[in-house]
Design a protein around this ligand. Structure first.
Ligand SMILES: *[C@@H]1O[C@H](CO)[C@@H](O)[C@H](O)[C@H]1NC(C)=O
Ligand SMILES: *[C@@H]1O[C@H](CO)[C@@H](O)[C@H](O)[C@H]1NC(C)=O
Ligand SMILES: *[C@@H]1O[C@H](CO)[C@@H](O)[C@H](O)[C@H]1NC(C)=O
Ligand SMILES: *[C@@H]1O[C@H](CO)[C@@H](O)[C@H](O)[C@H]1NC(C)=O
Ligand SMILES: *[C@@H]1O[C@H](CO)[C@@H](O)[C@H](O)[C@H]1NC(C)=O
Ligand SMILES: *[C@@H]1O[C@H](CO)[C@@H](O)[C@H](O)[C@H]1NC(C)=O
Ligand SMILES: *[C@@H]1O[C@H](CO)[C@@H](O)[C@H](O)[C@H]1NC(C)=O
Ligand SMILES: *[C@@H]1O[C@H](CO)[C@@H](O)[C@H](O)[C@H]1NC(C)=O
Length: 307
Protein backbone atom coordinates (compact mmCIF):
# COMPACT_ATOMS: atom_id res chain seq x y z
CA UNK A 1 0.00 0.00 0.00
CA UNK A 2 1.22 3.35 -0.89
CA UNK A 3 0.52 5.92 1.73
CA UNK A 4 3.76 7.79 1.61
CA UNK A 5 1.86 11.02 1.86
CA UNK A 6 -0.80 10.65 4.55
CA UNK A 7 -1.64 14.14 3.32
CA UNK A 8 -4.70 16.11 3.63
CA UNK A 9 -5.99 15.61 7.13
CA UNK A 10 -2.63 16.84 8.29
CA UNK A 11 -1.84 19.41 5.66
CA UNK A 12 -5.26 20.72 4.69
CA UNK A 13 -8.64 21.11 6.24
CA UNK A 14 -10.62 20.00 3.20
CA UNK A 15 -13.44 17.76 4.38
CA UNK A 16 -13.34 15.65 1.22
CA UNK A 17 -9.66 14.93 1.73
CA UNK A 18 -10.21 13.91 5.30
CA UNK A 19 -13.05 11.61 4.35
CA UNK A 20 -10.95 10.11 1.59
CA UNK A 21 -8.11 9.54 4.00
CA UNK A 22 -10.40 7.80 6.46
CA UNK A 23 -11.75 5.73 3.61
CA UNK A 24 -8.29 4.60 2.49
CA UNK A 25 -7.51 3.43 5.99
CA UNK A 26 -10.83 1.62 6.12
CA UNK A 27 -10.42 -0.06 2.76
CA UNK A 28 -6.86 -1.13 3.25
CA UNK A 29 -7.48 -2.56 6.68
CA UNK A 30 -10.47 -4.61 5.71
CA UNK A 31 -10.99 -7.28 3.12
CA UNK A 32 -13.62 -7.01 0.50
CA UNK A 33 -14.83 -10.15 -1.17
CA UNK A 34 -14.69 -9.98 -4.91
CA UNK A 35 -14.28 -12.15 -7.91
CA UNK A 36 -11.10 -12.10 -9.94
CA UNK A 37 -11.80 -12.85 -13.57
CA UNK A 38 -9.08 -10.77 -15.19
CA UNK A 39 -10.01 -7.54 -13.45
CA UNK A 40 -6.44 -7.02 -12.27
CA UNK A 41 -5.20 -6.98 -15.80
CA UNK A 42 -7.85 -4.44 -16.74
CA UNK A 43 -6.75 -2.22 -13.85
CA UNK A 44 -3.13 -2.34 -14.98
CA UNK A 45 -4.10 -1.53 -18.57
CA UNK A 46 -6.26 1.36 -17.40
CA UNK A 47 -3.48 2.80 -15.24
CA UNK A 48 -0.99 2.59 -18.10
CA UNK A 49 -3.49 4.34 -20.38
CA UNK A 50 -3.91 7.06 -17.76
CA UNK A 51 -0.13 7.42 -17.62
CA UNK A 52 0.09 7.59 -21.40
CA UNK A 53 -2.15 10.68 -21.47
CA UNK A 54 0.06 12.56 -19.03
CA UNK A 55 2.46 14.71 -20.97
CA UNK A 56 4.47 16.22 -18.13
CA UNK A 57 5.50 14.64 -14.86
CA UNK A 58 8.07 17.07 -13.44
CA UNK A 59 8.63 15.25 -10.14
CA UNK A 60 8.62 11.71 -11.56
CA UNK A 61 5.40 10.85 -9.75
CA UNK A 62 4.69 8.09 -12.27
CA UNK A 63 8.21 6.66 -12.57
CA UNK A 64 7.20 3.66 -10.52
CA UNK A 65 4.32 2.97 -12.91
CA UNK A 66 6.21 0.30 -14.85
CA UNK A 67 6.19 -3.46 -15.13
CA UNK A 68 8.96 -4.04 -12.58
CA UNK A 69 6.38 -4.11 -9.80
CA UNK A 70 2.74 -4.96 -9.31
CA UNK A 71 0.56 -1.92 -9.95
CA UNK A 72 -0.68 -2.05 -6.38
CA UNK A 73 2.79 -0.83 -5.41
CA UNK A 74 2.79 2.06 -7.84
CA UNK A 75 2.90 5.50 -6.32
CA UNK A 76 -0.51 7.01 -5.68
CA UNK A 77 -2.28 3.69 -6.20
CA UNK A 78 -4.00 1.91 -3.33
CA UNK A 79 -5.50 -1.54 -3.78
CA UNK A 80 -7.88 -3.56 -1.69
CA UNK A 81 -5.84 -6.04 0.34
CA UNK A 82 -7.54 -9.18 -0.80
CA UNK A 83 -8.86 -8.58 -4.30
CA UNK A 84 -5.91 -6.42 -5.40
CA UNK A 85 -8.04 -4.04 -7.39
CA UNK A 86 -7.44 -0.29 -7.38
CA UNK A 87 -9.66 1.33 -4.77
CA UNK A 88 -7.98 4.68 -4.53
CA UNK A 89 -6.02 6.87 -6.91
CA UNK A 90 -4.30 9.80 -5.33
CA UNK A 91 -1.90 12.07 -7.17
CA UNK A 92 -1.90 15.36 -5.34
CA UNK A 93 0.19 18.43 -6.17
CA UNK A 94 2.44 16.54 -8.58
CA UNK A 95 2.54 19.17 -11.34
CA UNK A 96 1.06 16.62 -13.74
CA UNK A 97 -0.03 17.93 -17.14
CA UNK A 98 -2.20 16.21 -19.67
CA UNK A 99 -5.72 14.92 -19.86
CA UNK A 100 -7.59 12.31 -17.90
CA UNK A 101 -7.94 9.12 -19.92
CA UNK A 102 -11.45 7.71 -20.39
CA UNK A 103 -9.91 4.42 -19.24
CA UNK A 104 -10.28 5.71 -15.69
CA UNK A 105 -13.82 4.37 -16.08
CA UNK A 106 -12.38 0.84 -16.22
CA UNK A 107 -11.00 1.05 -12.70
CA UNK A 108 -14.28 -0.35 -11.57
CA UNK A 109 -13.38 -0.83 -7.91
CA UNK A 110 -12.45 2.80 -7.35
CA UNK A 111 -13.85 4.33 -4.17
CA UNK A 112 -11.89 7.55 -4.26
CA UNK A 113 -10.00 9.68 -6.77
CA UNK A 114 -7.95 12.71 -5.84
CA UNK A 115 -6.02 14.60 -8.48
CA UNK A 116 -6.09 17.85 -6.51
CA UNK A 117 -3.73 20.61 -7.68
CA UNK A 118 -2.26 19.43 -10.98
CA UNK A 119 -2.70 20.73 -14.53
CA UNK A 120 -5.13 18.25 -16.01
CA UNK A 121 -6.84 19.78 -19.06
CA UNK A 122 -9.63 18.89 -21.38
CA UNK A 123 -12.95 17.30 -20.62
CA UNK A 124 -13.98 15.25 -17.63
CA UNK A 125 -14.43 11.82 -19.27
CA UNK A 126 -18.04 10.69 -19.14
CA UNK A 127 -16.70 7.20 -18.42
CA UNK A 128 -16.34 8.42 -14.82
CA UNK A 129 -20.05 7.62 -14.69
CA UNK A 130 -19.24 3.89 -14.73
CA UNK A 131 -17.63 4.13 -11.32
CA UNK A 132 -20.65 3.23 -9.26
CA UNK A 133 -18.56 2.46 -6.21
CA UNK A 134 -16.96 5.89 -6.21
CA UNK A 135 -17.58 7.85 -3.04
CA UNK A 136 -15.21 10.77 -3.43
CA UNK A 137 -14.07 12.65 -6.51
CA UNK A 138 -11.58 15.40 -5.87
CA UNK A 139 -10.40 17.14 -9.03
CA UNK A 140 -10.11 20.67 -7.70
CA UNK A 141 -7.42 23.09 -8.78
CA UNK A 142 -6.79 21.80 -12.29
CA UNK A 143 -7.60 23.11 -15.77
CA UNK A 144 -10.48 20.83 -16.66
CA UNK A 145 -12.79 22.43 -19.23
CA UNK A 146 -16.04 21.47 -20.91
CA UNK A 147 -19.18 20.51 -19.08
CA UNK A 148 -19.90 18.41 -16.03
CA UNK A 149 -20.86 15.11 -17.71
CA UNK A 150 -24.44 14.04 -17.12
CA UNK A 151 -23.18 10.46 -16.75
CA UNK A 152 -21.90 11.45 -13.33
CA UNK A 153 -25.30 10.18 -12.24
CA UNK A 154 -23.88 6.66 -12.65
CA UNK A 155 -21.69 7.28 -9.59
CA UNK A 156 -24.63 6.39 -7.42
CA UNK A 157 -22.58 6.12 -4.24
CA UNK A 158 -20.91 9.50 -4.59
CA UNK A 159 -20.79 11.39 -1.30
CA UNK A 160 -18.35 14.17 -2.10
CA UNK A 161 -17.51 15.91 -5.35
CA UNK A 162 -15.00 18.72 -5.58
CA UNK A 163 -14.53 20.27 -9.02
CA UNK A 164 -13.68 23.73 -7.76
CA UNK A 165 -11.08 25.97 -9.42
CA UNK A 166 -11.27 24.53 -12.92
CA UNK A 167 -12.60 25.99 -16.16
CA UNK A 168 -15.87 24.12 -16.39
CA UNK A 169 -18.69 25.62 -18.43
CA UNK A 170 -22.36 24.85 -19.02
CA UNK A 171 -24.98 24.26 -16.40
CA UNK A 172 -25.27 21.86 -13.49
CA UNK A 173 -26.70 18.69 -15.11
CA UNK A 174 -30.08 17.60 -13.81
CA UNK A 175 -28.78 14.04 -13.50
CA UNK A 176 -26.81 15.19 -10.46
CA UNK A 177 -30.09 15.14 -8.56
CA UNK A 178 -30.09 11.33 -8.78
CA UNK A 179 -27.07 11.22 -6.50
CA UNK A 180 -28.97 10.67 -3.30
CA UNK A 181 -25.91 10.27 -1.07
CA UNK A 182 -24.19 13.54 -1.95
CA UNK A 183 -23.20 15.49 1.12
CA UNK A 184 -20.44 17.77 -0.18
CA UNK A 185 -20.62 19.62 -3.48
CA UNK A 186 -17.85 22.04 -4.31
CA UNK A 187 -17.98 23.80 -7.67
CA UNK A 188 -16.61 27.19 -6.82
CA UNK A 189 -14.47 29.22 -9.21
CA UNK A 190 -15.49 27.76 -12.56
CA UNK A 191 -17.40 29.30 -15.46
CA UNK A 192 -20.72 27.61 -14.85
CA UNK A 193 -23.93 29.24 -16.08
CA UNK A 194 -27.60 28.36 -16.31
CA UNK A 195 -28.79 29.38 -12.85
CA UNK A 196 -29.08 27.47 -9.60
CA UNK A 197 -31.48 24.75 -10.77
CA UNK A 198 -34.63 23.97 -8.81
CA UNK A 199 -33.95 20.23 -9.00
CA UNK A 200 -30.98 20.60 -6.67
CA UNK A 201 -33.54 20.74 -3.87
CA UNK A 202 -34.09 17.01 -4.51
CA UNK A 203 -30.65 16.14 -3.12
CA UNK A 204 -31.76 16.33 0.48
CA UNK A 205 -28.51 14.85 1.81
CA UNK A 206 -26.47 17.97 1.03
CA UNK A 207 -24.48 19.37 3.94
CA UNK A 208 -22.07 21.67 2.12
CA UNK A 209 -22.73 23.46 -1.11
CA UNK A 210 -20.01 25.72 -2.36
CA UNK A 211 -20.37 27.24 -5.81
CA UNK A 212 -19.15 30.80 -5.41
CA UNK A 213 -17.42 32.53 -8.28
CA UNK A 214 -19.49 31.28 -11.22
CA UNK A 215 -21.77 33.13 -13.67
CA UNK A 216 -24.97 31.33 -12.76
CA UNK A 217 -27.38 34.33 -12.92
CA UNK A 218 -31.05 33.98 -11.96
CA UNK A 219 -32.41 33.64 -8.46
CA UNK A 220 -32.03 31.20 -5.57
CA UNK A 221 -34.79 28.56 -5.86
CA UNK A 222 -36.99 28.04 -2.83
CA UNK A 223 -36.53 24.25 -3.27
CA UNK A 224 -33.20 24.57 -1.45
CA UNK A 225 -35.32 24.77 1.68
CA UNK A 226 -35.41 20.96 1.43
CA UNK A 227 -31.73 20.75 2.32
CA UNK A 228 -32.43 19.88 5.94
CA UNK A 229 -28.82 18.86 6.63
CA UNK A 230 -27.30 21.98 5.12
CA UNK A 231 -24.50 23.49 7.18
CA UNK A 232 -22.46 25.47 4.64
CA UNK A 233 -23.92 27.42 1.73
CA UNK A 234 -21.59 29.55 -0.37
CA UNK A 235 -22.89 31.33 -3.44
CA UNK A 236 -21.01 34.60 -3.42
CA UNK A 237 -20.16 36.31 -6.70
CA UNK A 238 -22.61 34.36 -8.87
CA UNK A 239 -24.61 37.19 -10.43
CA UNK A 240 -27.76 36.15 -8.58
CA UNK A 241 -30.82 38.39 -8.33
CA UNK A 242 -34.20 38.17 -6.65
CA UNK A 243 -34.62 37.78 -2.91
CA UNK A 244 -33.32 35.27 -0.39
CA UNK A 245 -36.06 32.61 -0.27
CA UNK A 246 -37.63 32.27 3.17
CA UNK A 247 -37.52 28.49 2.84
CA UNK A 248 -33.76 28.68 3.46
CA UNK A 249 -34.49 29.60 7.09
CA UNK A 250 -36.03 26.15 7.44
CA UNK A 251 -32.55 24.64 7.20
CA UNK A 252 -31.92 25.04 10.89
CA UNK A 253 -28.46 23.44 10.90
CA UNK A 254 -27.10 26.18 8.65
CA UNK A 255 -23.89 27.48 10.18
CA UNK A 256 -22.29 29.58 7.47
CA UNK A 257 -23.64 31.24 4.45
CA UNK A 258 -22.34 33.70 1.95
CA UNK A 259 -24.29 35.42 -0.77
CA UNK A 260 -21.86 38.31 -1.07
CA UNK A 261 -21.38 40.22 -4.33
CA UNK A 262 -24.62 39.39 -6.06
CA UNK A 263 -27.61 41.56 -6.98
CA UNK A 264 -29.97 40.29 -4.32
CA UNK A 265 -32.86 42.46 -3.20
CA UNK A 266 -35.32 42.33 -0.30
CA UNK A 267 -34.43 41.95 3.34
CA UNK A 268 -33.34 39.33 5.84
CA UNK A 269 -35.97 37.59 7.91
CA UNK A 270 -36.21 39.54 11.21
CA UNK A 271 -36.10 36.33 13.26
CA UNK A 272 -33.08 34.85 11.48
CA UNK A 273 -31.18 34.31 14.74
CA UNK A 274 -33.98 32.23 16.24
CA UNK A 275 -34.60 30.32 13.02
CA UNK A 276 -30.94 29.54 12.41
CA UNK A 277 -29.57 28.92 15.91
CA UNK A 278 -26.33 27.42 14.58
CA UNK A 279 -25.37 30.38 12.44
CA UNK A 280 -21.81 31.53 13.02
CA UNK A 281 -20.97 33.28 9.78
CA UNK A 282 -22.93 35.26 7.23
CA UNK A 283 -21.72 37.40 4.34
CA UNK A 284 -24.07 39.60 2.40
CA UNK A 285 -21.99 42.59 1.32
CA UNK A 286 -22.21 43.83 -2.24
CA UNK A 287 -25.96 43.32 -2.73
CA UNK A 288 -29.03 45.56 -2.80
CA UNK A 289 -30.54 44.23 0.40
CA UNK A 290 -32.54 46.65 2.54
CA UNK A 291 -33.96 46.76 6.05
CA UNK A 292 -32.35 46.43 9.46
CA UNK A 293 -29.96 43.70 10.46
CA UNK A 294 -31.83 41.47 12.88
CA UNK A 295 -31.18 42.42 16.51
CA UNK A 296 -31.35 38.85 17.78
CA UNK A 297 -28.26 37.93 15.88
CA UNK A 298 -24.88 39.49 16.29
CA UNK A 299 -23.20 39.39 12.94
CA UNK A 300 -19.67 38.22 13.38
CA UNK A 301 -17.15 38.93 10.73
CA UNK A 302 -16.12 35.83 8.92
CA UNK A 303 -13.10 35.22 6.81
CA UNK A 304 -13.72 35.76 3.18
CA UNK A 305 -13.74 32.24 1.70
CA UNK A 306 -12.44 33.17 -1.72
CA UNK A 307 -8.73 33.68 -2.26
C1 LIG B 1 -12.53 21.73 -2.60
O1 LIG B 1 -11.28 22.15 -3.03
C2 LIG B 1 -10.95 23.49 -2.68
C3 LIG B 1 -9.63 23.80 -3.32
O2 LIG B 1 -8.67 22.93 -2.85
C4 LIG B 1 -10.89 23.62 -1.18
O3 LIG B 1 -10.62 24.96 -0.83
C5 LIG B 1 -12.21 23.19 -0.59
O4 LIG B 1 -12.11 23.16 0.81
C6 LIG B 1 -12.61 21.81 -1.08
N1 LIG B 1 -13.95 21.59 -0.66
C7 LIG B 1 -14.32 20.52 0.00
C8 LIG B 1 -15.76 20.50 0.39
O5 LIG B 1 -13.55 19.61 0.27
C1 LIG C 1 10.36 1.21 -12.46
O1 LIG C 1 9.89 1.42 -11.15
C2 LIG C 1 10.88 1.29 -10.15
C3 LIG C 1 10.18 1.49 -8.81
O2 LIG C 1 9.09 0.65 -8.71
C4 LIG C 1 11.96 2.31 -10.34
O3 LIG C 1 12.96 2.16 -9.36
C5 LIG C 1 12.53 2.20 -11.72
O4 LIG C 1 13.42 3.25 -11.95
C6 LIG C 1 11.43 2.25 -12.76
N1 LIG C 1 11.98 1.98 -14.09
C7 LIG C 1 11.87 2.84 -15.09
C8 LIG C 1 12.44 2.40 -16.39
O5 LIG C 1 11.33 3.95 -14.96
C1 LIG D 1 0.28 22.81 -5.87
O1 LIG D 1 1.36 22.02 -6.28
C2 LIG D 1 2.59 22.71 -6.38
C3 LIG D 1 3.63 21.71 -6.84
O2 LIG D 1 3.30 21.26 -8.13
C4 LIG D 1 2.98 23.31 -5.03
O3 LIG D 1 4.16 24.05 -5.18
C5 LIG D 1 1.86 24.20 -4.54
O4 LIG D 1 2.16 24.65 -3.25
C6 LIG D 1 0.56 23.40 -4.50
N1 LIG D 1 -0.53 24.28 -4.14
C7 LIG D 1 -1.46 23.93 -3.25
C8 LIG D 1 -2.55 24.93 -3.03
O5 LIG D 1 -1.43 22.88 -2.63
C1 LIG E 1 -11.66 0.31 -21.10
O1 LIG E 1 -12.07 1.62 -21.43
C2 LIG E 1 -11.99 1.94 -22.79
C3 LIG E 1 -12.38 3.40 -22.95
O2 LIG E 1 -13.49 3.75 -22.16
C4 LIG E 1 -12.83 1.00 -23.61
O3 LIG E 1 -12.70 1.29 -24.98
C5 LIG E 1 -12.39 -0.44 -23.34
O4 LIG E 1 -13.21 -1.31 -24.03
C6 LIG E 1 -12.48 -0.71 -21.84
N1 LIG E 1 -12.17 -2.11 -21.50
C7 LIG E 1 -10.97 -2.68 -21.48
C8 LIG E 1 -10.95 -4.12 -21.10
O5 LIG E 1 -9.96 -2.10 -21.73
C1 LIG F 1 -22.62 9.05 -21.23
O1 LIG F 1 -23.80 9.69 -21.70
C2 LIG F 1 -23.82 9.90 -23.09
C3 LIG F 1 -25.08 10.66 -23.41
O2 LIG F 1 -25.31 11.65 -22.47
C4 LIG F 1 -23.75 8.59 -23.81
O3 LIG F 1 -23.69 8.82 -25.20
C5 LIG F 1 -22.54 7.81 -23.37
O4 LIG F 1 -22.54 6.53 -23.93
C6 LIG F 1 -22.49 7.67 -21.87
N1 LIG F 1 -21.24 7.06 -21.48
C7 LIG F 1 -21.12 6.11 -20.57
C8 LIG F 1 -19.76 5.63 -20.29
O5 LIG F 1 -22.08 5.68 -19.98
C1 LIG G 1 -37.34 16.49 -8.16
O1 LIG G 1 -38.39 16.11 -7.29
C2 LIG G 1 -39.68 16.47 -7.78
C3 LIG G 1 -40.69 16.17 -6.71
O2 LIG G 1 -40.42 14.94 -6.11
C4 LIG G 1 -39.94 15.74 -9.08
O3 LIG G 1 -41.20 16.09 -9.59
C5 LIG G 1 -38.85 16.10 -10.07
O4 LIG G 1 -39.01 15.35 -11.26
C6 LIG G 1 -37.50 15.85 -9.51
N1 LIG G 1 -36.50 16.39 -10.43
C7 LIG G 1 -35.44 15.73 -10.85
C8 LIG G 1 -34.58 16.41 -11.84
O5 LIG G 1 -35.18 14.64 -10.41
C1 LIG H 1 -32.98 38.31 -12.71
O1 LIG H 1 -32.21 38.52 -13.89
C2 LIG H 1 -32.74 37.87 -15.03
C3 LIG H 1 -31.76 38.10 -16.15
O2 LIG H 1 -30.52 37.53 -15.77
C4 LIG H 1 -34.11 38.44 -15.36
O3 LIG H 1 -34.64 37.77 -16.47
C5 LIG H 1 -35.02 38.27 -14.18
O4 LIG H 1 -36.26 38.90 -14.40
C6 LIG H 1 -34.39 38.85 -12.91
N1 LIG H 1 -35.21 38.49 -11.77
C7 LIG H 1 -35.47 39.32 -10.77
C8 LIG H 1 -36.32 38.78 -9.69
O5 LIG H 1 -35.02 40.45 -10.74
C1 LIG I 1 -40.77 25.29 6.56
O1 LIG I 1 -41.10 23.98 7.02
C2 LIG I 1 -42.42 23.87 7.48
C3 LIG I 1 -42.61 22.48 8.07
O2 LIG I 1 -41.79 21.55 7.42
C4 LIG I 1 -43.39 24.14 6.34
O3 LIG I 1 -44.72 24.05 6.79
C5 LIG I 1 -43.13 25.53 5.81
O4 LIG I 1 -43.94 25.77 4.68
C6 LIG I 1 -41.68 25.71 5.43
N1 LIG I 1 -41.46 27.11 5.12
C7 LIG I 1 -41.00 27.50 3.97
C8 LIG I 1 -40.86 28.97 3.80
O5 LIG I 1 -40.67 26.71 3.09
Amino acid sequence: MNLKQPISCLSSSSPIHCLVYALVIFLTSTTISASYGGGNDMDQQALLKIKSMITKDPYGALTSWNNSRHFCDWRGVTCGKRHRRVVYLQLISQGLEGSLSPHVGNLSFLHGVSLFNNSFRGALPHELGRLWRLRFLSLELNKFSGVIPSNISGCSNLEGINLSSNELVGSIPKEISFLSKLTIVSLHDNKLTGGIPRFLGNITSIEEFSAAGNMFCGSIPDTLGHWKSLRVFLLGDCNLNGSIPHSLYNNSLLARFSLAQNQLTGSLHPAIGAMLPNLVGIQLRGNHLTGPLPVDYIIRSWVKHKP
